[in-house]
Design a protein around this ligand. Structure first.
Ligand SMILES: Nc1ncnc2c1ncn2[C@@H]1O[C@H](COP(=O)(O)OP(=O)(O)O)[C@@H](O)[C@H]1O
Ligand SMILES: [Mg+2]
Length: 321
């Protein structure tokens, strides 16, 4: 039934040296047009897209399908990543929209975490890793030599799979970033930042009477909300989340998903998840990766109900991965 859908493979071009390389035409775009769309709606045991009953975003909050969006916070073009010469990410061109959640899905090892780490230059910390291509944050190349990487990582917060609070008090976990970045004018102001960050992370009521207790003494779900509070305490523009719920139970997961839904009113969020239900619940755009390539990206509901590439369809229907 899908004979007309072309395989998405595309020979990667010779990667261009990064940092200061001349801009070239993005060539990874327009994938939405690559394949003839499947018109069949998934009636057969497809995903329940909104199992929690949460409704879709309003029309104006969604972006047109495709790799590009209007006024993106991140604009990535022809991004390649090599680990000791072995290519892990191939010519990925993808925008990240403001005030919305982009979910990245795909089989293990397909490059989701690698792409996420490109956005705050965490791959710089991996020996042997090399990144080529162009990544612009608010129109500015994040690899420009004038970019302060510590500042960049404050603007682009990251939450990891395993909650990783510092071995400090709950208060100090949240106060840490504002302190090192000099964001608080006074102790009272720092108190305010800690309180508001914990409140926004949905944790204040649970911890307000034990702010001096160790963050590591909290439950897993609370620790992950503490890590989110720590991230938002430095007023990031974007929050990157790498499988943030995979170590949590379903109740803690639901709380984090609700939180993501609230946070997107203020932040752009990019979330890697191995749960397609989670991608469907929390994101407005979904990108499907396969063997280091971006295969398909578009409006989440469209990708799950009407995938345009066979690889995407095989993955979301459980035939692969
Ligand atoms: N630090 C690293 N050193 C060498 N290879 C790596 C490293 N991190 C990831 N890779 C390789 O890059 C590919 C993509 O990995 P990754 O981005 O972690 O995938 P995903 O997050 O989709 O599971 C895999 O083949 C993986 O083995
Ligand atoms: Mg990963």
């Amino acid at each position: 039934m899908n004979e007309e859908i072309p395989e998405p493979g595309r020979a990667p071009e010779e990667p261009q040296a990064r940092r200061g390389g001349a801009a070239r035409e993005g060539n990874g775009l327009g994938r939405e047009e690559d394949g003839a769309p499947l018109t069949r709606q998934r009636a057969d045991g497809g995903l329940n897209l909104k199992p929690s009953g949460r409704v879709s975003v309003p029309e104006e909050a969604t972006q047109p399908d495709g790799a590009t969006v209007e006024n993106p916070v991140f604009s990535c073009r022809d991004v390649n990543v090599f680990y000791s010469g072995k290519q892990a990410l191939k010519e990925v061109s993808l925008d990240v929209g403001r005030r919305q959640v982009l979910a990245m899905i795909g089989p293990s090892g397909c490059g989701k975490s690698t792409f996420l780490r490109c956005l705050n230059r965490m791959n710089d910390t991996i020996a042997g890793a090399r990144v080529t291509g162009h990544i612009h944050l608010d129109g500015r190349d994040i690899h420009d030599e004038s970019v302060d990487v510590a500042q960049l990582r404050a603007r682009i917060g990251m939450v990891f799979q395993k909650p990783n609070p510092f071995p400090k008090s709950i208060y100090d976990n949240v106060a840490y970033g504002p302190r090192i970045h000099g964001l608080a004018r006074s102790r009272a102001h720092l108190d305010d930042i800690v309180c508001s960050s914990l409140t926004r992370a949905g944790l204040w009521e649970e911890v307000k009477d034990r702010l001096s207790s160790p963050g590591t003494g909290l439950s897993g779900g609370q620790q992950q909300r503490l890590c989110i509070a720590r991230t938002i305490a430095v007023q990031p523009e974007v929050i990157l989340m790498d499988e943030p719920c995979s170590a949590l139970d379903p109740i803690a997961t639901a709380r984090i998903e609700d939180l993501i839904d609230e946070l997107r009113e203020s932040y752009a969020i990019v979330i890697v998840t191995h749960s397609m239900q989670q991608a469907a619940r929390v994101s407005q755009r979904t990108a499907y990766f396969h063997l280091g390539e971006l295969i398909e990206v578009g409006n989440t509901d469209r990708v799950f109900t009407n995938p345009r590439h066979r690889l995407t369809e095989d993955y979301i229907t459980g035939r692969f991965g």
